[in-house]
Design a protein around this ligand. Structure first.
Ligand code: GUN
Length: 291
C-alpha cells in the first residue's frame, strides 16, 4: 500500500512553480499576479484566503487582497470585477465563496472574464472542460488529477466510481476521468444519495473517489483488493481531546480500508493541500495566456 502524500507533493509543486517564475522573470517577463476578493469576516474564508496569499509568496507571485464588509452591494462587486477583468497586470482572480445572501453568486461568477477565472467556476470554463478545450479546471479535481499523474496511477480502461455529484467535485471529476487522455480514459460511474446498488458499484471500482461529505462512509467491505482510494471528505467532527475542538474526518474509514488499497490518500494531508496548489498552477497558466 502506498500512502499518497498530498502535503509533500504540494510543497514540491510550489517549488517547481517558483523556479519557473524566476526563470520567466530572468527572461524579462512579468511576475504572475493573483487577486482575491474577500467579503466579510467568515473564519473559514479568512483562513483560506490567508493561505492563498501565503502560497503566492512561496511561488513568487504578486498577490492583491481586496476586502469588503458584509453589507457590500452586488453593484460594487461587479464594478470591481470589471476593473480586474480590464487590469492587464492581474493575470487571474478569485472571489472567495460563500458570499452574503443578498448577493447572487452566479451573477458574480459569470461576470469574471473566463480567461482570468483561475477557480474554474465560470460556465465557459466548465463547458470548455467538458469538450476537452484548454480551460481552468477547479481546484479539487485538478489536484486529484495531479496526484494520479505524479504517482503514475494507471487510469486508462479502469473502472472509476465517484461518490457524490457536486458541481465543484463529483461532476467535474467524472468529466475528467472519462476524457480521452490520461489521467482519464476510464469507465466512470457516478453514485449519489439515491443510487441503488451503491455498495456493489464500489466493490467493483479500480479507482474509488469519495466526495459525498459523509465521514467514514466507505468501509472495508466496499473496497476491492488493490483499489486506488481517493478521499475528498473534510468534515469537522467534534473532538474534545483536540485544541481546535474538532477532527478533520474523511469519507473513508481509513484504518480498515487502507490495508486493502494499492494507493490511498489520508485525511488530512491528502487531497486538501493540493487544492491551493491547483490555484497556483492555474495562476501560472493564466500568466502564460495560453487561451
Ligand atoms: N470557498 C471554498 N472553496 C473555494 C474555492 O475553491 N474558491 C473560492 N473562490 N471560494 C471557495
Amino acid at each position: 500500500m502506498t500512502l499518497i502524500d498530498g502535503k509533500a507533493t504540494s510543497e514540491l509543486i510550489k517549488q517547481e512553480i517558483a523556479a519557473e517564475v524566476e526563470a520567466r522573470i530572468s527572461r524579462g517577463e512579468k511576475r504572475p499576479h493573483l487577486a482575491a476578493i474577500l467579503v466579510g469576516h467568515d473564519g473559514g474564508s479568512e483562513t483560506y484566503v490567508a493561505n492563498k496569499v501565503k502560497a503566492c509568496e512561496v511561488c513568487g507571485f504578486k498577490s492583491t487582497l481586496i476586502r469588503y464588509e458584509d453589507d457590500v452591494t452586488e453593484e460594487i462587486l461587479l464594478q470591481k470585477i470589471k476593473e480586474l477583468n480590464n487590469d492587464a497586470d492581474v493575470d487571474g482572480f478569485i472571489v472567495q465563496l460563500p458570499l452574503p445572501r443578498h448577493i447572487n453568486e452566479q451573477h458574480i461568477i459569470e461576470a469574471i472574464d473566463y480567461r482570468k477565472d483561475v477557480d474554474g467556476f465560470h460556465p465557459v470554463n466548465v463547458g470548455r472542460m467538458s469538450i476537452g478545450l484548454p480551460c481552468f479546471v477547479s481546484a479539487t479535481p485538478a489536484g486529484i488529477l495531479e496526484l494520479l499523474r505524479r504517482y503514475d496511477i494507471h487510469t486508462s480502461g479502469k473502472k472509476c466510481v465517484i461518490l457524490g455529484r457536486s458541481n465543484i467535485v463529483g461532476k467535474p471529476m467524472a468529466t475528467l476521468m472519462m476524457q480521452k487522455h490520461v489521467p482519464g480514459d476510464a469507465t466512470v460511474t457516478v453514485c449519489h444519495s439515491h443510487s441503488q446498488n451503491l455498495v456493489e458499484e464500489c466493490r467493483e471500482a479500480d479507482i474509488l473517489i469519495a466526495a459525498m461529505g459523509q465521514p467514514n462512509f466507505v468501509k472495508a467491505d466496499m473496497v476491492k483488493e488493490g483499489a486506488v482510494v481517493i478521499d475528498v471528505g473534510t468534515t469537522r467532527v467534534p473532538d474534545a481531546t483536540r485544541k481546535s475542538g474538532f477532527k478533520l474526518t474523511g469519507d473513508v474509514k481509513f484504518d480498515e480500508v487502507a490495508p486493502k488499497c494499492s494507493f490511498i490518500t489520508p485525511v488530512p494531508g491528502g487531497v486538501g493541500p493540493m487544492t491551493i496548489c491547483s490555484l497556483m498552477m492555474n495562476t501560472l497558466k493564466a500568466a502564460k495566456h495560453l487561451f
